[in-house]
Design a protein around this ligand. Structure first.
Ligand SMILES: [Zn+2]
Length: 266
């Protein structure tokens, strides 16, 4: 079961709020995910049912704001990604009680960790009974930001595939839902994951075409590769283009030195 409790936060992600979730998998132990801010609704939800475990999908400020508060008020076991415990402690101010690795179950909650880096290096999803809390991996509408220091487009595409292979809607007919960090649930995981993947591959093709046409700077590539009006989001789109170029460099498909991109000579 996934109880959603949105909290208003300062974020550029869609909806201006972050969803905290209370997860349980039929058993008695409950997991609190992404307590971004303190709200009356979350106070009530945590007090009425109790919370046994606390974890975040990734330690960005708009997902962890009330982690310290709810760790204290609930006495929950606080978990962090084994590879990123320092980052967790720095961003939340909480020393984790336990560390998880991908594939681990949080205590005896039935909630299992799936490795999903890309939006951030420490990003994970939490699976329970055919549903998943997916943080900033998937939104029901719009695309996730992958760029700047934390973003890794190669990893992001792999993470979309990794979640898609779980085949939640086929294996769990009627309730194979995804629960994003921002906005409403995704009722059709397979279709949505496929659409997000196709969107990134399409953008990659456009970036590659722009470079082939002689655009070498991020600005020039932006004008060439995006049809939509970028006012207000041009900086984010520029960072996304950089993430695509980083991937294309690793793939051996462009020369890219961080300032200028050129086609690879055959
Ligand atoms: Zn984030």
């Amino acid at each position: 079961m996934f109880e959603r409790r949105p909290a208003p936060v300062d974020t550029r992600a869609p909806h201006g709020s972050t969803n905290a979730y209370l997860l349980s998998d039929g058993g008695s132990e409950r997991v609190l995910v992404d307590p971004a801010a303190r709200t009356d609704a979350l106070d009530e939800a945590t007090e009425s049912g109790g919370v046994d475990h606390l974890a975040v999908t990734h330690a960005h400020p708009d997902h962890v704001g009330a982690a310290a508060h709810y760790a204290g008020s609930t006495g929950a076991t606080v978990w962090a990604h084994a590879g990123f415990a320092d980052r967790f402690e720095r961003e939340t101010g909480v020393v984790p009680d336990r560390l998880f690795r991908p594939g681990d179950e949080l205590g005896a909650s039935g909630v299992v960790v799936l490795d999903t880096p890309g939006h951030a290096p420490d990003h994970v999803a939490f699976l329970a009974d055919g549903e998943a809390a997916t943080g900033d991996l998937v939104f029901a509408d719009g695309s996730v930001f992958v760029g700047a220091v934390d973003g890794d487009m190669r990893a992001y595409l792999s993470s979309l595939r990794r979640l898609a292979t779980r085949d939640l809607d086929r294996l769990h007919p009627g309730h194979g839902r995804l629960h994003p960090g921002h906005g409403p649930p995704v009722e059709n995981p397979r279709e949505r994951l496929h659409a997000l993947y196709a969107h990134r591959r399409d953008r990659e093709r456009r970036v590659l075409a722009a470079v082939a046409d002689g655009c070498s700077t991020v600005d020039a590539i932006l004008d060439h590769a995006y049809d939509k009006d970028l006012s207000g989001v041009r900086d984010l789109a520029g960072q996304t283009v950089r993430a695509h170029l980083d991937k294309l460099l690793v793939d051996g498909r462009v020369d890219w030195d961080g300032a200028h991109a050129y086609p690879v000579e055959d």
